[in-house]
Design a protein around this ligand. Structure first.
Ligand SMILES: *Cc1c(COP(=O)(O)O)cnc(C)c1O
Length: 357
């Protein structure tokens, strides 16, 4: 699919299998905007059950799920959305919070994307006046993408959500990687979702579908969501073709998530042997690995480039940190190949350093 032999840039970079394409090809379809697509309806029913929510809506992307949820939950322009400073909708979505939801982000410096009730208490409980922007939504990411796939503990979630609800603030869970947390902890998706007014899961991430996400919540929330789904161009027609790929991912790829986590942990362990890599193995919880390059002349950008020349794509988050995502199309032999490539780079760097010393 890509020109890279091994693509660890994102878990969206999967090639839908022939079987998935076949399921999509054979899907029963209808008009989605009229609620008449049987395959979409089946997907929604399954997701409502999975997340323990009353109603759900099919959307083309996770970004649209966040955008629509925020738009529904925020009422006045300038309302505050409290979220971690590394949150995906904040840094990767073209200014979605102000541009589309007409809200303001209120950024919290969490640890690996996770913040505590204590950290947001003074913001949530601040006295309100005619001239103060009102905290309206607390938004968390399970697992944290730019926090390195960290899993929010259920207790922390409950504390944050209880505090929010005490002050009539809504709670939203960006569940792009929720199922990764579920397979790792054994806590059900419904238990993770219970404290939230709105939640969504993505099928084009770990589950390997080409397109599709489902946003869930109460009946009245989803009715409002439909208004903005139309407004944002998310009203679809024979969307069953897409929903069939999502259903296939749930039925056939969901059970492969633990394997991906095992590969991530295995690769992390190998990386910890590389002299210029600093990695905390306890922090590799799911399919995402973030580590640091510790070398005076060799930055994360140099590292990214050196791997690119060997046909391997990773992401330099800044000049120090690299992010790797393990996905369905990565095999154990790929893990070993990546490690050998990094060892070669390491040897070259050591030689260069020896010459310079
Ligand atoms: C990928 C991702 C999104 C956006 O999802 P798309 O389906 O790519 O639009 C939002 N939040 C998180 C945490 C993500 O990882």
């Amino acid at each position: 699919m890509t020109k890279f032999k091994i693509d660890l840039f994102s878990d969206t970079n999967t090639n839908p299998s022939l079987e998935m394409r076949r399921a999509m090809c054979e899907a029963e379809v209808g008009n989605e905007v009229a609620g008449e697509d049987p395959t979409v309806n089946k997907l929604l029913e399954i997701v409502c059950e999975l997340l323990g929510k009353e109603a759900a809506v099919f959307l083309p992307s996770g970004t649209m799920c966040n955008g629509i949820a925020y738009r529904v939950l925020c009422q006045r322009p300038g309302d505050l959305i409290i979220l971690d400073e590394t949150a995906h909708p904040l840094i990767k979505c073209s200014g979605l919070i102000s541009g589309l939801a007409q809200a303001q982000p209120c950024c919290i410096a969490g640890r690996r994307g996770i913040f505590t009730a204590k950290q947001i208490e003074s913001i949530i409980s601040a006295p309100q006046g005619f001239n103060t922007a009102r905290p309206r939504v607390v938004s968390i990411e399970q697992t944290t993408n730019f926090g390195g796939g960290a899993i929010w503990p259920l207790k922390t979630i409950e504390e944050v959500c209880n505090l929010a609800h005490q002050y009539n603030v809504y709670t939203h869970m960006d569940g792009a990687h929720l199922l990764n947390a579920v397979v790792e902890t054994g806590i059900s998706a419904a238990d993770y979702s219970q404290p939230f007014d709105s939640v969504w899961i993505d099928f084009s991430k770990s589950l390997g579908a080409p397109i599709g996400a489902v946003l869930a919540g109460s009946q009245s929330f989803i009715e409002e969501a439909w208004y903005y789904k139309f407004q944002q161009g998310g009203g679809l027609h024979q969307a069953g073709i897409l929903a069939a790929g999502c259903l296939y991912g749930l039925q056939h790829h969901y059970q492969r998530l633990p394997e991906m986590h095992a590969y991530a942990k295995q690769l992390a362990k190998l990386l910890s042997e590389v002299p210029f890599i600093k990695i905390d193995l306890d922090e590799v919880e799911t399919n995402i690995i973030i580590f640091e390059i510790k070398h005076p002349q060799f930055s994360a950008n140099h590292f990214e480039q050196a791997l690119r020349e060997k046909g391997i794509r990773v992401l330099a988050l800044d000049h120090i940190r690299i992010r790797i995502m393990i996905h369905l199309d990565i095999s154990l032999s790929d893990i070993h190949e990546v490690f050998s490539a990094i060892c070669e780079i390491s040897e070259t760097q050591l030689k260069i350093k020896a010459v310079n010393d």
